[in-house]
Design a binder for this molecule. Structure first.
Ligand code: F0G
Length: 396
């Protein structure tokens, strides 16, 4: 059994209420009965649905999401001077981002509620994922995207899975506001991360890390955009503890791009409310977000866990993306590389301890945004294929 609860005033809502905000204006979370969950953390076959006793849905619209590898860093950790470093590569999900974990649960919920139409605003990955799960579940899908500001691979995904793609003149924050109003007005099920069922799926990242590592790491580092994922992973670790399965909690550490860092500002200034960034900008388009909808959950996660928030520049992001690819063989999109850039910066500044067991979450696959590579790294001019030229290049 589960219900929905306002994170601010505690007001209760029932599972068949289609509601995203509390009447007080705050946001909702799902409350799970932890006395009913199963301790199945045996290190074998992790996947979102392995942990179904923690998930508040009965139906299952699945494309085999989760079960992503937890790589132990070989080279990067030496370069940085770190002892135990792991990379949870969420790019290895069905549509190549962590969003699939949320969508399998969110779309299952849409089916339970008998909804026929679903929608989201997106910087790219949410739209790709919702489009795929809607195709699988026979739902009509609308995605609103900031025109010209989503990576090519993600746009191609949303189109080919058959979503109605609606570019808007405006940024993600404006698209989200519009789709929230439109969903309410037209009876469409909203599947942005303000929908608490999305975060229920995403909390399985915590379960898989514990399952694969056999322990709770000291620190989790991940990119923050709309601030849902950091909230979800924290909820997952807290549920493991609440169920008596673990007794430790990780320090949740969120990274934002410097042109788009309202959560970092809030953390540094110790403020109680978020001041939105009106003109967010970064080449890490996935996290080009100025008014994160889950900011309350996210700041609680950071403060309760004694974690931190840090910002990185676009140059640092690109350098980190290249480093992770060339040193570990893991190609991630720019937003994901901000985890790596964040780790390097935090370590350099002496803000984190090299003895900590740390897990970096890399949230999306590098192939989603090939332009980020081809426009920033030049290759040599074409050559004529004669032996003299080849000898110069290959043989000497
Ligand atoms: N990394 C990637 C690759 C993302 O696509 C996103 C968010 C994030 C990190 C940040 O996660 O929003 O939970 O803090 N992308 C959304 C989208 C907003 O529309 O695809 P968050």
């Amino acid at each position: 059994m589960h219900y929905l609860r306002c994170i601010t005033c505690g007001k209760r809502y029932e599972p068949d209420d289609i509601v995203y905000n509390c009447s007080c204006g705050s946001i909702l979370e799902a409350v799970i009965d932890l006395s009913e969950v199963e301790n199945i953390f045996d290190g074998v076959n992790p996947s979102v649905w392995k942990y179904s006793s923690f998930l508040p849905v009965e139906k299952k619209a699945s494309l085999h999401e989760g079960g992503t590898p937890l790589y132990e860093s070989i080279n990067l950790k030496k370069d940085i001077g770190y002892k135990r470093l792991f990379i949870k590569n969420e790019g290895e999900n069905p549509t190549c981002s962590f969003k699939d974990r949320g969508m399998t649960v969110g779309v299952s919920k849409a089916l339970e509620l008998g909804m026929k139409k679903v929608a989201c605003a997106s910087t790219g990955n949410t739209s790709a994922s919702l489009a795929a799960y809607s195709a699988h579940a026979n739902l009509e899908c609308f995605v609103m995207i900031p025109s010209g500001k989503i990576a090519l691979g993600k746009l191609a995904q949303a189109i080919i899975y058959g979503a109605k793609v609606i570019p808007i003149n405006g940024n993600f924050d404006q698209a989200l506001e519009a789709v929230m109003s439109a969903s309410k007005a037209f009876g469409i099920y909203l599947l942005n991360s303000i929908n608490p069922y999305r975060l229920e799926g995403q909390k399985t990242i915590a379960f898989e890390i514990y399952d694969q590592l056999g322990e709770v790491p000291d620190r989790i580092i991940l990119p923050v955009g709309n601030a849902g994922n950091i909230s979800a992973i924290w909820k997952g670790f807290k549920e493991l503890k609440g169920a008596g399965i673990t007794d430790a909690l990780p320090k949740m550490s969120g990274i934002q791009a410097q042109g788009s860092m309202p959560m970092v500002n809030m953390y540094i200034k110790g403020e109680e409310t978020l001041v939105p960034e009106k003109n967010p900008d970064t080449l890490a388009t996935a996290i080009r977000i100025g008014n994160p909808v889950s900011w309350q959950k996210a700041i609680n996660a950071v403060r309760e866990s004694k974690g931190l928030m840090e910002s990185v520049t676009d140059e640092e992001i690109l350098a980190a993306q290249r480093k992770l690819s060339s040193r570990e063989g893991i190609f991630v999109e720019p937003a994901s590389a901000s985890s790596v850039a964040g780790l390097m910066k935090l370590h350099e500044n002496g803000d984190i301890d090299e003895d900590e067991t740390t897990v970096l979450i890399t949230t999306g696959h590098g192939l989603k945004d090939p332009n980020a590579v081809t426009e920033s790294i030049k290759i040599m001019d074409p050559i004529d294929c004669d032996m003299d030229t080849l000898r110069k290049i290959l043989g000497e």
